[in-house]
Design a protein around this ligand. Structure first.
Ligand code: NDP
Length: 682
């Protein structure tokens, strides 16, 4: 018989821990899975290592390089996922539950890798422009930059998604250039430890970029500094306790919390039994009760239905819940596993007992333990339990007590305003769903419920086929809600990276701002040389390289020819009489002609390193171009992004060019950025 493994912490580049402290047991059969270590962690050493070793290594890389590492890491882990599934099974999770945790975690890494690649520069400074002119002549401007905070990110995670919870916080922090110290919830820390071991074995991260704490966090929070960040997921009580840590308050250390949430799903009054939306609602409630045995921060705790439909909804849910096979997920056909621990089982039973007072049980048993299932041994199983509250405006418990398991409460409403008032009684939730077939009801619901929710899903028959579901946070959408849900924000695309960067307003001349931001700011000095910018390779192009073109007088023939080629005979270009009555008082050239003519002025036509023009940004036609006006273009390198090299492409970089088209009076006619791919020399 092999000895029970003692989990280890990864601190300052060393795995620490050999003597056992706390037993961690399988949620399925109560057998010992692992033990935490008894050795105390020196958090001074951990933080010092993060600041002195990891931080400089992370900042020696740029956003693009860190994004590439995230992708390599996701690929590495993906190839070793079966080891993680085997370990995850001890948490009571079914394969689909573990999929959310494991592959959902990898998916988040992949998503941040590609968002970083697409949206962040090949430097460590993000220009949050555009710069604003603060004086009359444009030589004093103001803008915002985001820079790495030069601190450490502490992540405290919940027991329910030990991998996803860790990776969804790690990905944006790493991208931002922050070393992370991760403290998983102890109950399922063996999964997080297995994942961190793989990450360390990959050799892909700089030493200390990710440290792991098994067990308590000791005096870690007391040691944090002004540049650090804490991100927490767990219970509202723990969040309330930790966010008032005197050191965090004194030093204004941001504390981002994602805590309890009594999420709701509303069946709108327009939906009748027999409508596809009726079945969608029932399915969604059933899925959220049974997935991960209801231990999802996003699970539906409150199903709000019209009083007239409650019997039909209850009957449909009863029928579906009865079909869920509960037991050891390794048994074929089992759809719902166990809660994560016996402690969790006791906690859910206690909260169910409180919730059941004064409410009917529509499905399940009063204690939740009764019909446990197959192969359950001494596991932490809990039967799905559906309650019915007929007076939810007066019953406060159903809006306040979260049984973090397969427990949900049906509650009835009279009119739709009452349904929305019930939704708000959750006092801030991560997510809510509205199931309706009427756009006006969807609009009314979102307008009122958005103030109380981090995310809202509007579900109808059109969206159903592709819907990702009520309970799935997505990397590109914000996760986190106001009030009881903790008041924090995670994910939401690059927003999450910005949470780990520091924003600073900068005032300076355009030339200074160009140097500071790494992006050409109009009015700044430009460099003109004999070589056309389009004849330069990526490495040779500098921000500020510029070309002032020759001029071209726009004739009536140009307008007529352009109309003929494009088929655009809009009156403004072709009807002298109608054009006279407009604000321009005369016929003017097509905006797209000006754009095309400008390209004719600035391109260097022979084959060269510019491989493609893949789009335009920020296009504005500022002043009209009339017949007889003379236009000229200035093309200036605004931004260059080195995304590294990909094996499937010739070596290349992204160059954005600032284009200004002016008329003979020096007035701006058109303004835009063109985006090109430019070959590298190598
Ligand atoms: P806790 O709040 O107890 O724990 C969350 C995390 O905080 C764990 O890593 C825990 O570590 C840590 N922690 C607890 N106390 C401290 C402390 N004093 N200092 C530093 N870290 C601390 O939540 P649980 O995970 O036990 O879950 C309890 C309840 O929280 C659930 O029943 C549910 O209601 C809610 N919950 C909400 C979630 C959400 O996403 N909204 C997710 C999970 C749970 P340790 O495990 O070592 O105690």
């Amino acid at each position: 018989m092999s000895a029970t493994p003692v989990l280890q912490s990864l601190i300052a580049g060393r795995w620490i821990g050999s003597s056992a402290a706390r037993d961690l047991r399988s949620a399925i059969n109560g057998r010992l899975v692992a033990q935490t270590h008894a050795e105390e962690i020196d958090f001074g050493e951990s933080l010092d290592f993060a600041r002195r070793q990891a931080l400089p290594s992370l900042l020696a890389l740029d956003f693009q390089q860190r994004a590439a590492i995230l992708k390599a890491l996701a690929t590495y882990l993906q190839e070793r996922k079966e080891d993680l599934y085997a370990i995850s099974a001890h948490t009571g999770a079914t394969r689909p539950d573990s999929w959310i945790d494991i592959e959902g975690g990898f998916g988040t890494l992949f998503a941040y890798a590609s968002m970083g690649r697409r949206e962040l520069p090949s430097s460590n400074i993000v220009h949050e422009g555009p710069a604003q002119q603060l004086g009359k002549v444009g030589q004093f401007m103001g803008t915002h930059v985001l820079v790495p905070k030069r601190g450490v990110a502490v992540h405290i995670n919940a027991f329910n998604f030990p991998m996803w919870g860790m990776l969804e916080k790690f990905a944006p922090s790493f991208l931002a250039g922050m070393p992370c110290i991760v403290k998983p919830a102890t109950a399922t820390s063996y999964v997080a430890e297995a994942c961190v071991r793989l990450i360390e074995q990959s050799g892909l991260l700089p030493a200390g970029a990710l440290q792991l704490v098994i067990g308590g966090s000791g005096d870690l929070l007391d040691r944090l500094e002004e540049t650090d960040v804490v991100t927490f997921t767990g219970s509202a009580d723990t969040a309330a306790q930790l966010r008032v840590n005197a050191n965090l308050i004194r030093r204004s250390v941001p504390f981002n919390a994602e805590a309890d949430s009594l999420n709701c799903a509303i069946l709108a009054p327009d939906v009748q039994p027999g409508d596809p939306e009726f079945d969608l609602f029932v399915k969604e409630v059933m899925r959220e009760m049974s997935a991960k045995a209801g231990q999802k921060c996003t699970a539906i705790r409150r199903a709000i239905v019209p009083a007239a439909q409650v019997d039909a909804v209850a009957a449909a849910l009863r029928e579906r819940l009865a079909k869920i096979r509960i037991g050891d997920p390794s048994i074929e056909g089992v759809r719902m596993g166990a809660l994560a621990s016996k402690a969790q089982q006791a906690d859910v039973a206690e909260r169910l007992a409180q919730l059941a007072q004064g409410n009917e049980i529509v499905y399940g048993e009063r204690d939740g333990f009764a019909p446990v299932g197959e192969g359950v041994g001494d596991g932490a199983f809990f039967a799905p339990t559906l309650l019915l509250c007929r007076d939810p405006m007066r019953n406060e418990a159903v809006h306040n007590i979260e049984a973090f398991g397969p427990v949900s409460t049906l509650m009835t409403y009279g009119d739709f305003d009452e349904a929305l008032a019930l939704a708000a009684k959750g006092r801030g939730s991560l997510v809510g769903s509205v199931v309706t077939k009427t756009p006006a009801l969807a609009a009314q619901a979102v307008y009122h419920a958005a103030a109380f929710h981090g995310r809202l899903l509007v579900l109808d028959r059109d969206a159903a086929g592709e819907s990702t579901g009520h309970g799935s946070p997505l990397p590109m959408l914000k996760h986190g809600g106001p009030g009881r849900a903790g008041g924090g924000e995670e994910l939401g695309g690059i927003r999450a990276v910005k949470h780990y960067l520091q924003r600073c307003a900068v005032q300076a001349s355009p030339t200074m701002l160009t140097a500071i931001t790494g992006e050409y700011v109009r009015g700044g000095k430009v460099t003109e040389d004999a070589i056309h910018p389009f004849r330069k390779h990526f490495e040779e192009i500098q921000v500020g390289d510029s070309l002032l073109t020759h001029r071209r007088t726009v004739s009536e023939a140009d307008i007529v020819n352009f109309g003929g080629i494009s088929g655009d005979y809009f009156y403004m270009h072709f009807d002298e009489v109608a054009a006279k009555d407009t604000q321009f008082g005369q016929r003017i050239a097509h905006g797209y002609f000006v754009l095309s003519a400008a390209a004719g002025l600035f391109v260097s036509p022979a084959p060269g390193p510019v491989l493609a023009n893949y789009g335009l940004d920020t296009l504005r036609f500022v002043n009209p171009v009339a017949i007889g006006d003379t236009i000229q273009a200035r093309l200036t390198c605004k931004r260059r992004i080195d995304r590294g090299n990909r094996p499937d492409q010739p070596p290349q970089g992204v160059v954005a060019w600032d284009v200004q088209v002016t008329n003979q009076r020096g007035e701006l006619a058109a303004s835009y950025d063109i985006l090109t791919l430019v070959a590298k020399k190598a």
